[in-house]
Ligand binder design. Structure first.
Ligand SMILES: [Zn+2]
Length: 178
């Protein structure tokens, strides 16, 4: 008897039928949903602002003719006063229900990683550079404990290994491991 394929994990998948070439460019498109937290990436007018997806529009439903696959309707969390200081270029225009493209945002994708924003292309977002990073530096630090005994050092239990991951561009420490 032929066994049915069992999906590992229990995550939602988008009901949009993406084209093969769209998923090749942005493999996480099918994991984007309203309600997910996002951050605007560098190069967008809203860079660094955090928000939530209100709606995702594809194909004929789209409102813009932007050169992207999705219209992602985002409401940002900041107050008008905060935005006036951090993003004066927005000239106090509303940060509610802003239409963004999939390449302008980092997403908290629960099925993959709840702690780190990921781009739709599938790479983590550096919180400092606000860009997707495909190269990082990992330093391994080996810590060992010794006890001094009659002029000698005796190795003790309780040593540990720590891995520190930093962004290759800005050298800032990253909280994720790849
Ligand atoms: Zn960086």
């Amino acid at each position: 008897m032929k066994k049915e394929k069992i999906l590992k994990g229990d995550f939602k998948m988008s009901n949009i039928t993406f084209k093969q070439e769209e998923l090749e460019k942005f493999p996480y498109l099918y994991l984007l949903f309203p309600g997910e937290e996002v951050i605007a990436l560098k190069g967008s007018m809203y860079d660094g602002l955090k928000g939530v997806i209100e709606e995702i529009k594809y194909g004929d439903e789209r409102e813009t003719e932007n050169d992207c696959i999705l219209d992602i309707v985002v409401t940002y969390h900041a107050t008008d006063e905060e935005v006036a200081i951090s993003h004066p270029q927005l000239n106090r225009t509303s940060i509610c229900e802003v239409i963004m493209g999939e390449d302008e945002l980092g997403f908290i994708i629960e099925a993959i990683n709840r702690d780190t924003y990921l781009t739709a292309a599938g790479v983590p977002v550096c919180p400092t550079c606000l860009e997707g990073i495909d190269e990082v530096i990992v330093q391994t630090i080996q810590t060992e404990k010794y006890k001094s005994y009659k002029g000698h050092l005796l190795k003790q239990d309780g040593g540990h290994t720590e891995e520190i991951t930093t962004c290759l561009r800005c050298n800032n420490r990253l909280s994720f491991r790849q």
